[in-house]
Structures are given as structure tokens and as C-alpha cells.
Ligand binder design. Structure first.
Ligand code: MF3
Ligand code: CO
Ligand code: CO
Length: 293
């Protein structure tokens, strides 16, 4: 669990980065307007604030998601097919009394998404054989006792080249920089801003067509979490919100197309794309990852 220190002095600089004193900034927002905002966000935007019981349920699903990613990492090697990885993760999910949310979701035919090299996301496990030097994203969403947790990592197959190493490290850092913006008083736009700034500073690009999302009671809930944009855009982050951050970062241009299977999303220029995803809770002081890595 990661949270910020409990007490921010009223006269110290606000942790949201505004440059104002805490008492003139988020302390005010927190005490005076949170209940009003929460009811407006629930009513108008259908954002479902999670109870302590919900959070415990999502945390448990998150623990299973991380075990699934560990299992994937332990079997990934040159020569294995993506379908073999899918089968192992499917069985592991069922054996742990959970359901794989992707299976039959809007017609998706498999239990996890596996996206290799130029595949940005939503790769369908199949007969593709992993080769030395590939990068492979495994995206898992178990439903445990009715609660959803969504997480993904990009792994190396065998020994990575310098290009592969670079895009994977940039994507991981984008996720971490996005997460570091989570605190009451900031908005969803702060997250997107931090990600876009860093990705573009590294001469990489951010995919815009797919976004993070509220999660926990359903697979995809409001709000959308854009991985680009400006500080102050979007929704205020309020305690009890649970959402994913899952930046898809391209080595070349951000443009994409979808294959004839209607799912597989690939880069237009055929260059590499990498992604990491966690499920995050907004707390009073910052955040807690429910899928911490
Ligand atoms: N896990 C993906 C996400 O991060 C969604 C996959 S939808 C599926 O939101 F149908 F392809 F599984
Ligand atoms: Co997601
Ligand atoms: Co996911």
C-alpha cells in the first residue's frame, strides 16, 4: 500500500503541486465541497464511489490479478504460443474461484488479452509463437466474489533489444508518473498530463483511442481516464473513486487500426507498443494501488 503522509501542514505547500498553501487549496476543497461533489458525480456522471467493503473485495481480486501476471511471467519463453498462456491463466483463475472477465465480454473469445510487439492492446490469444526479443503484454481481469480488478504488464521474451527495452521502460514510467498525480484536489487531467509529458519527452507517442476507466463493480465504469491532456481537465479526484491507469505507449506514431478479427489493435507504422495497467483507489491523502507492483 502506498499513501502519502497523514498530515500536511495547513501552511505548507499543497501536495497537489498548485504552488498555493494547503489551507488555500485542497484543504478547502476537501472540507467544504466533497460531499456535494460526490453526489453530483454519482448522479450526473454515474461514478460509483466504493465502500470499505467494496474496496476489500477489489483488493482481493487485485491480489489474484497479480498472481496471474506472475504466473504469466514464469511461463513466458521463446516457443510458447499465446493460446497456451491463455489456457494456463484461465485454469488458474477458475481454480482460485474467480471468473475471467474478458471471456465473452462483447464477444471477446478468450480469458486474457495478449498483445505482442506492434499489437497495442486486445490481442486475442492464438497460435502466434513467442520469439526471442519479442515484447508481450498480458492483461488480466479476474472477477472474485463479484469484484473486478484490472492489471497488465509487458514482459520480455528471451533477451530484449535496445528498442524493446526503451519502450517498455518508458511505458512503465508513464504509469508510475500518472499514479503519482492521484490525490484529492487534482483532476483526471493531471494524470493524462504527466503521462503525455513524459512519453513525448522520450520521443514516444500516447495512444488516444483507448483509455483508463472506473472499475470494481463492473469491468468498465465511468469516468474515462485519458492518458493525455492538461492539468485541471476532466473530473476532480475524490476519495472512494477506483479506476485504472493503463497508458499504451508507441515507439513511433500514435496512429492505429483494428484487424479484421474486430479486436486486435495494432500500430499503423508497425513499430512497437507497450502498456502497463493498475487498479487505483483515491484515498483522503493520495492513493492506494489495489494491484500494486
Ligand atoms: N482489460 C482491458 C482493459 O484494460 C479490456 C479488455 S476487453 C476484452 O480495459 F474484451 F478485450 F477483454
Ligand atoms: Co482496463
Ligand atoms: Co486491462
Amino acid at each position: 500500500m502506498k499513501t502519502r503522509p497523514d498530515k500536511v501542514g495547513r501552511n505548507s505547500l499543497c501536495p497537489c503541486g498548485s504552488g498555493l498553501k494547503y489551507k488555500k487549496c485542497c484543504a478547502v476543497k476537501k472540507t467544504s465541497s466533497t460531499p456535494v461533489l460526490k453526489s453530483e458525480y454519482s448522479r450526473k456522471y454515474k461514478i460509483r464511489f466504493k465502500t470499505p467493503e467494496d474496496i476489500e473485495g477489489i483488493r482481493n481480486a487485485g491480489r489474484l490479478a497479480l498472481k496471474m501476471l506472475d504466473l504469466a511471467e514464469s511461463v513466458i519463453r521463446p516457443g510458447i504460443t499465446t493460446d497456451e498462456i491463455n489456457t494456463m491463466l484461465h485454469e488458474f483463475t477458475i481454480n482460485n474461484h474467480a471468473i475471467p472477465a474478458p471471456l465473452h465480454y462483447r464477444g471477446f473469445p478468450k480469458s486474457v488479452c495478449i498483445s505482442v510487439n506492434e499489437v497495442i492492446c486486445h490481442g486475442i490469444p492464438g497460435s502466434r509463437i513467442l520469439e526471442d526479443g519479442d515484447i508481450v503484454n498480458v492483461d488480466v481481469t479476474p472477477i472474485l466474489n463479484g469484484y473486478y480488478a484490472d492489471a497488465s504488464k509487458t514482459f520480455f521474451v528471451g533477451v530484449p533489444g535496445t528498442e524493446a527495452q526503451k519502450i517498455v521502460e518508458v511505458a512503465r514510467e508513464c504509469l508510475y508518473r500518472g499514479i503519482s498525480m492521484i490525490m484529492p484536489g487534482n483532476t483526471t487531467g493531471h494524470i493524462g498530463w504527466a503521462i503525455q509529458q513524459y512519453a513525448e519527452s522520450q520521443e514516444c507517442s500516447v495512444v488516444r483511442e483507448f483509455v483508463g476507466h472506473g472499475v470494481g463493480l463492473e469491468f468498465h465504469e465511468p469516468p474515462q481516464i485519458l492518458h493525455y491532456g492538461n492539468k485541471g481537465d476532466g473530473f476532480l479526484l475524490l476519495p472512494g473513486m477506483v479506476f485504472t491507469i493503463e497508458p499504451m505507449i508507441n515507439q513511433g506514431e500514435r496512429y492505429l487500426h483494428i484487424l479484421d478479427d474486430k479486436w486486435t489493435v495494432v500500430t499503423d507504422d508497425g513499430k512497437l507498443s507497450a502498456q502497463f495497467e493498475q487498479t487505483l483507489l483515491v484515498t483522503e491523502n493520495g492513493y492506494e494501488s489495489l494491484t500494486p507492483f
